[in-house]
Write a protein that binds this ligand. Structure first.
Ligand SMILES: [Fe+2]
Ligand SMILES: [Fe+2]
Length: 469
């Protein structure tokens, strides 16, 4: 009673009003989602008007609508890229055969696990970021935080749509579980490690959106190749929104670096003395979030990755770029750990696919870091941010349990423990960064530790009232 989901309330291109079964399932789930949002979403800002982008169609021009809206009234919609008639499997054992519109029984569990794992990251990040509104460096940043949050909420809707539509009762149960797990909770944690780490200040938020949302881009891209067509089409549309999240991260860190350089010049090289962040500390947070994000790609040699590729469920990043799409008999040359030593070796390609995707991801991160370094150089400062080795500080996969420097040299546990503070944020760094986090809610004003953005949102000036107080 009372909760009728119309196309007006839930913008969609899945014929929601004509699909009674989906409508009933979502009408049951939606109030639980809103309860979760009010309990675990942005703390203290639910009744404010925020200048937000809402997805309203899948047209390239005008897919989004911008307006002030209270977050609980945000119109979380369901959008899939339009179906391409005659699409065929682009990789794996079913290469060249027509794609599936339903889930084949034999791959049901594998598919469900991938969708649930992806879906779990979406509400997790909202939970991780829920306190950040209290310390926003500007209204511009505050609005960007909430934009990312509501879109992660919409990504959850996207995955729940798939669970409700294609997985029957198990799907509905999984959709409830997605609202029951909690980031960082000892008893009911989120599924993946990086999504249980606290994002306790804005430097970590920028690093998270730079590195962890970029993992999202690569996972979604691999699923966007899927031979299960509704999954592919859902993920393609999600990627449209993901670009903004990575922009928030990359430009956020860039602004921190710019300000740090300015303060270095004003203070003879000690930005902390003027309430800024020194470049060495920015490097440590990059080391931390980059390596936590590397873990999200899974084990270096993985039979799960091989199975998902064989089944046509999860492909490579931009599968089109490759000539060969079955990967039987081919190999990938990569570093592996054998008897405690690093050796370079050929691994059967299907088993190496997590590493293949991780390698593409690292290249993409490097392009962003190059842009950061250009900012530092333009400021006339001699310093470069460096991405650490993929072997450094790993908790998942074959490098976990061994110790490496950021440069990739192996070392013993005791030396690593003694030097850890040079490479990763210490307790003292964390305390210092948190001490800088004082909110700035005046229009057009910016906290001292970060430079203003180059331009405002949606062509608006920087001093626009992005959040109404
Ligand atoms: Fe997302
Ligand atoms: Fe995202």
């Amino acid at each position: 009673m009372g909760n009728v989901l119309t196309d007006e309330k839930i913008p969609n291109n899945v014929n929601l009003s004509g699909d009674k079964r989906l409508q009933r399932a979502l009408e049951e789930w939606q109030p639980h989602f809103i309860d979760w949002w009010k309990q675990m979403g942005p703390l203290g800002w639910q009744e404010r008007d925020i200048y937000l982008r809402t997805a309203v169609s899948v047209e390239t021009d005008g897919w989004a609508h911008f307006d002030h809206v209270k977050m609980p009234d945000y119109r979380w919609g369901i959008f899939l890229e339009p179906k391409k008639e005659g699409r065929t499997h682009g990789f794996g054992d079913f290469y060249g055969q027509p794609v599936w519109d339903e889930v084949p029984g034999e791959f049901r569990n594998l598919m469900k696990r991938l969708i649930v794992t992806q879906g779990d990251t979406e509400p997790a990040s909202v939970e991780q970021q829920r306190d950040l509104g209290a310390t926003a460096p500007s209204l511009y940043d505050l609005r960007n935080l909430f934009q990312v949050n509501v879109e992660e909420g919409r990504h959850l809707w996207a995955m729940v749509y798939l669970l409700h539509t294609y997985f029957g009762r198990d799907g509905r149960e999984e959709a409830e579980e997605l609202l029951a797990r909690r980031s960082g909770d000892a008893d009911k944690p989120r599924i993946l490690g990086a999504f249980n780490e606290p994002t306790s200040h804005w430097l970590s938020f920028y690093m998270f959106t730079m590195f962890t949302d970029r993992d999202g881009k690569y996972q979604l891209s691999a699923l966007a190749e899927s031979g299960f067509d509704p999954l592919a089409r859902t993920c393609r549309f999600m990627l449209t929104e993901e670009a903004h999240h990575m922009f928030v991260g990359e430009s956020g860190v860039q602004r921190v670096l710019k300000r740090s350089c300015e303060l270095m010049k004003e203070t003879d090289g000690d930005p902390r003395s003027a309430g800024g962040i020194d470049l060495a500390t920015v490097q440590k947070y990059a080391n931390l979030w980059f390596t936590l994000s590397l873990d999200l790609f899974g084990g270096e040699v993985s039979s799960n990755a091989a199975d998902a590729f064989a089944a046509g469920i999860k492909g490579r990043y931009k599968e089109d770029r490759y000539d060969e799409h079955k990967l039987v008999g081919s190999h990938f040359a990569m570093d592996v750990l054998e008897g405690g030593k690093v050796v370079h070796k050929d691994v059967p390609m299907r088993n190496a696919l997590n590493e293949v995707l991780r390698t593409e991801y690292i290249k993409d991160c490097q392009r962003g870091v190059d842009r950061w370094n250009k900012t530092i150089k333009d400021e006339g400062i001699d310093f470069e941010i460096k991405l650490p080795s993929h072997k450094f500080h790993r908790q998942i996969g074959m490098w976990a349990g061994s110790y490496f420097t950021p440069a990739g040299e192996q070392l013993d546990a005791a030396t690593y423990a003694a030097r850890r503070g040079e490479w990763l944020p210490s307790e003292a760094d964390e305390v210092y960064i948190k001490s800088l986090m004082k909110p700035v809610y005046e229009r057009g004003k910016m906290a001292n530790w970060v430079a203003p953005p180059l331009r405002g949102i949606n062509g608006l000036p920087e001093d626009f009232e992005y959040v109404r107080l």
